[in-house]
Design a protein around this ligand. Structure first.
Ligand SMILES: C[S@@+](CC[C@H](N)C(=O)[O-])C[C@H]1O[C@@H](n2cnc3c(N)ncnc32)[C@H](O)[C@@H]1O
Length: 363
C-alpha cells in the first residue's frame, strides 16, 4: 500500500491517507466519552439556527448539528476530508441541510454576522502561527497578500458570527502527559515508546514516523517534538514552543500537529473580539469512577489511570465556549446634553432632533 506523505503548508496540515481513519476515529475512543457531556448540551435543539463547522473533517458534527435542526455550512481545507464528509452527509440523509465547501478557516466564504453557532473541533491544533501568504487570482488578474494560521482562524470565526452568537472550540491539552489504555505499567509503555523512537532515528519521513508510532497500540495520547536531530517524547509541556510542529500518537492513529497552549486559544479568541463564557476540562474525578467506566467499555477502549484526577491525571481535552458580545447599549447612546430639570429636558430633546438632522444631512 502506498502512503501519501503528510504535508504541512502555511494554512495547515494535510492528513494524506489518514483521512479515512480519522473519519471513523472521531475523537478516538477516549474523545467521545470526555467531550460529549460538556459538548452535546451545547448542540441541542438547533432548530432555525445557521451553523458553520470550520474544519468539518469527515463531517461528524455537521451531521449531528443538522440532525438537531440546524442549517449547516461545513468547510474544510482538505478535499480528502470533504469527500468523506460528503459520503457521511448523504448516508445520514442530511444533504438538504448541509452545504460543504473547500476553504481555508482563515478565509471563510461567508458574509459577516451570518451564523448563530460556529464549531471548531480540534482544528486549532492543525494551524501554524500566523503568517502572510501571497495569493494570485488569475481570473481577476489580481495579486494580494492574506494572513493565514491560528489567529486569523479566530478572527474569521468572530467575523461570520452574529452578535450574541456562540462558538464551541475544542483542543487537545496536557501535552506533557502520556495517556494509556491502562493495561501496562507506565514504565513499560515509556520503554516501548523509546524503542520505537530509536527505530525512527533521525528520519523526518512521515510514513516512517507513523509506521513506528502506530505500533504503540496502548498509547492513547503522547506528544513528540524534534530536538537535537531526533524525535523525543515530551514529558513536560513547557518544553514546547508556540506553533512548533509536533507529532501526536492518538488512539488508532498518529498525526502531525502544531502546538498551541490553552492561553493561546483564549488570547486569540479575545483578540478577535470574542468573550470566553465557559472552559471545561473533563477527567474522571475518582479511580472508582474510572473503573466503573472501564467495566462498561470493551477492553480495547479502557482508559488508564492518567485519565483520573485522584491519581494525578490530567484532562486530555479542553472545550471552550466563546460568545460574540452584543453591542453594548452605552456605546450606541450619544450623550447630547444633561437633563437637570423639566425645561432643560425639553431643550435636550430639541438639541437631539437637531443633531440627528445634521447627522442625516439636514433631511
Ligand atoms: C482533527 S481534524 C477534525 C475534523 C472534525 N472537526 C472532527 O471533529 O471530526 C482537523 C480538520 O481541520 C482541517 N483543517 C486543517 N487546517 C485547516 C484550515 N486551514 N482550514 C480549514 N480546515 C483545516 C483538516 O483538514 C481536518 O479535517
Amino acid at each position: 500500500m502506498s502512503v501519501v506523505p503528510v504535508a504541512h503548508s502555511q494554512s495547515g496540515t494535510e492528513y494524506g491517507t489518514n483521512v479515512a481513519k480519522y473519519a471513523t476515529a472521531r475523537h478516538g475512543p477516549d474523545g467521545a466519552m470526555f467531550l460529549d457531556p460538556v459538548f452535546l448540551p451545547n448542540l441541542d435543539n438547533l432548530i432555525g439556527q445557521h451553523v458553520i463547522d470550520i474544519g468539518c473533517g469527515a463531517g461528524p458534527w455537521s451531521v449531528y448539528a443538522a440532525n438537531q435542526g440546524a442549517k449547516v455550512f461545513g468547510i474544510d481545507y482538505q478535499m480528502g476530508m470533504l469527500k468523506n464528509a460528503k459520503k457521511a452527509v448523504v448516508d445520514a440523509d442530511t444533504d438538504s441541510k448541509i452545504t460543504l465547501a473547500n476553504a481555508d478557516g482563515a478565509a471563510l466564504p461567508a458574509a459577516d454576522n451570518e451564523f448563530s453557532l460556529a464549531l471548531s473541533i480540534n482544528v486549532g491544533c492543525n494551524l501554524p502561527n500566523t503568517s502572510t501568504v501571497k495569493v494570485s487570482d488569475p481570473e481577476k488578474s489580481l495579486d494580494y497578500s492574506k494572513e493565514v494560521g491560528f489567529e486569523p482562524h479566530f478572527k474569521e470565526m468572530a467575523r461570520v458570527l452574529k452578535e450574541g452568537g456562540r462558538a464551541i472550540v475544542t483542543a487537545p491539552t496536557s501535552f506533557g502527559e502520556v495517556f494509556t489504555r491502562g493495561d501496562k505499567l507506565k514504565t513499560e509503555v515509556v520503554v516501548a515508546i523509546q524503542n520505537e523512537l530509536d527505530e525512527i532515528g533521525n528520519s523526518q519521513d512521515s510514513s516512517v514516523i507513523k509506521m513506528h508510532l502506530d505500533k504503540l497500540e496502548n498509547v492513547y495520547r503522547a506528544t513528540f517534538a524534534w530536538r537535537d536531530d531526533k524525535w523525543v517524547l515530551i514529558t513536560d509541556e513547557s518544553q514546547l514552543k508556540s506553533g512548533e510542529m509536533i507529532w501526536r500518537k492518538l488512539p488508532g492513529l498518529t498525526v502531525p500537529n502544531f502546538y498551541h497552549n490553552e492561553s493561546e486559544y483564549v488570547q486569540a479568541a479575545e483578540k478577535a473580539g470574542l468573550k470566553v463564557t465557559e472552559v471545561h476540562h473533563k477527567l474522571f474525578k475518582t479511580e472508582n469512577e474510572r473503573e466503573h467506566y472501564n467495566v462498561s467499555a470493551s477492553p480495547e477502549k479502557n482508559l488508564g489511570p492518567e485519565y483520573s484526577q485522584e491519581v494525578g491525571g490530567k484532562p486530555p481535552f479542553v472545550v471552550y465556549i466563546f460568545e460574540k458580545p452584543l453591542p453594548s447599549l452605552d456605546s450606541e447612546i450619544r450623550i447630547i446634553g444633561r437633563v437637570t430639570d423639566a425645561n432643560s429636558a425639553a431643550n435636550v430633546a430639541v438639541d437631539a432632533v437637531k443633531a440627528l438632522r445634521e447627522q442625516s444631512g439636514g433631511q
